[in-house]
Design a protein around this ligand. Structure first.
Ligand SMILES: C[S@@+](CC[C@H](N)C(=O)[O-])C[C@H]1O[C@@H](n2cnc3c(N)ncnc32)[C@H](O)[C@@H]1O
Length: 265
């Protein structure tokens, strides 16, 4: 059964919380009182991630992201003592999971580019950071949020044990440059976990990188530039200075190829 959550206002689409997304959200039970849970769902004009605010009452945030189950088995069970950087965090689900699983320090950054494609795709105007702040408050979280471009990360002057690069590599104009920046922010022996847009079966193992037409992948979203095969991602990672690349997942979700890899710094 799906819980319906509203993306409030005008003709905004209503996202149904699927069983698939509940399973992912349940990795991070938040469990606040029903009235607060409902008020939080309504207070945020658009949710990207699904959060379990009150499982007994079935109150979940109506996230637009569909079915992240393929990511779950790649997440470390234990983040104890780690420092973690989440690049392009949006509502911050993966940063909060790292914190819940014992990370010592978590920094989450986003340049809030999503405001442009959320407005174009769903007609919702965002200030930026609304969902992240709401969940941060409910959790009493210590995750540090920065509105920051990934290409300015050197300014943090800090290195991390684990870096999430989820859903962003295909959205930057210079993916090799992004991998170089992330390598520089990762301790030697640390890991960058990449999740990104893939390619069709014919190109999956080769070194091709596919260039998308604006709006081709998601209607009215002009920020998806690339699709990667395992071979192409591996070569980029090697050029960027990673010593090892392990392919983790190659799937198709809702007709969209996605892949995940673990890059060792
Ligand atoms: C599709 S969302 C992915 C959200 C989350 N990481 C996930 O995978 O569930 C991509 C995010 O990357 C952010 N982003 C895109 N380009 C960026 C950049 N150059 N620097 C920082 N964030 C960026 C967007 O604003 C958006 O929040």
């Amino acid at each position: 059964m799906g819980t319906t959550g509203s993306a409030p206002g005008g003709a905004r689409e209503r996202f149904v919380v699927t069983e698939a997304e509940r399973q992912v959200a349940d990795l991070l039970p938040i469990e606040v009182a029903p009235a607060l849970a409902r008020a939080t769902v309504e207070a945020v004009p658009f949710w990207f991630h699904t959060f379990a605010l009150n499982r007994t009452e079935g109150i979940y945030t109506p996230g637009a992201a569909r079915d992240h189950r393929y990511r779950v088995s790649s997440l470390p069970e234990d983040f104890a003592g780690m420092s973690v950087l989440d690049v392009g965090c949006f509502d911050g689900f993966y940063a909060f999971v790292a914190e819940r699983r014992g990370a010592e320090r978590v920094v989450a950054v986003d340049n809030e580019q999503y405001r442009l494609w959320v407005a174009a795709r769903w007609g919702v105007e965002l200030e930026g950071g609304e969902g992240f702040r709401a969940v941060h408050r409910l959790l009493g979280s210590a995750v540090e949020y920065r509105r920051m471009d990934a290409f300015a990360l050197d300014g943090l002057g800090e290195r991390f044990d684990l870096v999430y690069c989820f859903g962003i590599l295909h959205r930057v104009e210079n993916p090799l440059g992004l991998l170089r920046v992330l390598r520089a922010r990762t301790v030697t022996g640390g890991v960058v976990m990449v999740e990104t847009y893939g390619v069709g079966p014919e190109d999956r193992n080769g070194p091709a990188i596919r260039v998308s037409e604006p709006g081709e992948v998601y209607a009215r979203d002009d920020f998806v530039y690339w699709g990667f095969g395992d071979g192409g991602l591996q070569r980029l990672a090697q050029i960027a200075g990673f010593s090892g690349v392990e392919s983790l997942v190659d799937v198709e979700v809702d007709g969209h190829p996605r892949l995940m890899a673990r890059l060792v710094a």
